[in-house]
Design a protein around this ligand. Structure first.
Ligand SMILES: Cc1cc2nc3c(=O)[nH]c(=O)nc-3n(C[C@H](O)[C@H](O)[C@H](O)COP(=O)(O)OP(=O)(O)OC[C@H]3O[C@@H](n4cnc5c(N)ncnc54)[C@H](O)[C@@H]3O)c2cc1C
Length: 266
């Protein structure tokens, strides 16, 4: 593994975020971008994601990010030569609590103002969208038909491939072990394969971001939380496509994954 001794930008972490940042920097003409990934590209949190993508978020920043991401996914195949498996199968939130439903009002108004197609539907309408649902305990559901899913591995591979074509060096099996500081700023990183000097270091280490921050003496409010997903055997009783359906009370969600059902306690 040959690790360069200098980089114009060094990105720590080769998950979907690090690969996207590296690609977009290179596309804007930044040269000598280096990504160091301690394992393999996309093997971290990205490999566990359920692939759901929604514009149904509470803050304007999140909503704008999601709308832009949905736009990128629409034309992903043309830009990256990879089918990201993007499908607008929708996102359905099941609501059984009046206060919870009231809490949706402000965010739905904000989402609509920003151009998101989102609406409150009755339990019966929710059942028409997902016929397998039992809706006796629901008071409503919130439905975003333009939300959907994409393949985390495909999207990450697309970013990484195009980034490499644009000259980005993505180094797998290289761990960042320290941050070099000097004159009140970051000067580069120490890695398992030696030091790399870089005037800009991007912390894209996902759940390890706080640990990387500590290497530079910075406290970052990133608190990893262990989550789980499960897959059934082929499950023809629940014909697809099934939107990503989340029970707000418990956090449990499911969707169809090819012939299987993907389940998560949230
Ligand atoms: C069960 C589950 C389901 C999810 N479902 C969804 C979903 O439906 N929709 C959605 O949008 N999000 C979902 N997520 C969240 C999503 O997976 C993450 O937000 C996303 O993958 C984060 O990407 P990342 O690149 O920031 O992190 P990561 O993919 O974790 O990448 C960080 C990388 O940094 C590397 N790294 C860490 N420390 C170092 C170091 N010292 N040196 C070098 N490399 C280092 C790691 O090896 C890792 O590859 C889900 C997550 C889980 C766990």
């Amino acid at each position: 593994m040959s690790v360069p001794r200098t980089a114009s930008v060094l990105v720590i972490g080769g998950g979907v975020v690090g690969c996207s940042i590296a690609y977009h920097l290179a596309r804007r003409g930044v040269r000598d971008v280096v990504v160091v990934e301690r394992e393999t590209v996309g093997s971290g949190t990205t490999s566990k994601a359920a692939g759901g993508i929604r514009a149904q978020f509470p803050t304007e920043t999140e909503i704008r990010f999601s709308l832009e991401s949905l736009r990128v996914l629409e034309s992903f195949r043309d830009e990256f030569g990879v089918d990201p498996g993007f499908r607008r199968i929708g996102y359905l939130f099941l609501v059984s609590d009046a206060a919870d439903l009231q809490g949706f009002e402000a965010r739905i108004a904000l989402q609509r103002r920003l151009g998101v197609d989102v609406r409150v539907v009755t339990p019966k309408e929710a059942q028409a969208i997902v016929p397998a649902l039992h809706v006796e305990d629901l008071i409503a559901a919130v439905w975003g038909p333009r939300d959907g899913l994409a393949g985390p591995a495909e999207v990450t591979a697309g970013f990484a491939r195009r980034a490499r074509e644009l000259g980005v060096r993505i180094l797998e099996g290289v761990e960042t072990t320290g941050i070099a500081l000097g004159g009140g700023r970051v000067r580069g990183v120490e890695t398992s394969e030696g030091a790399v000097a870089a005037p800009v270091v991007v912390n894209a280490a996902g759940p390890a971001a706080a640990r990387i921050g500590r290497l530079a003496g910075v406290v970052l409010p990133v608190y990893p939380r262990r989550r789980h997903i499960f897959y059934t055997d082929p499950f023809p009783d629940l014909p697809g496509p099934v939107p990503i359906t989340t029970d707000r009370a418990s956090g449990f969600y499911f969707r169809k994954e090819l012939e299987q059902v993907l389940l998560s306690p949230g």
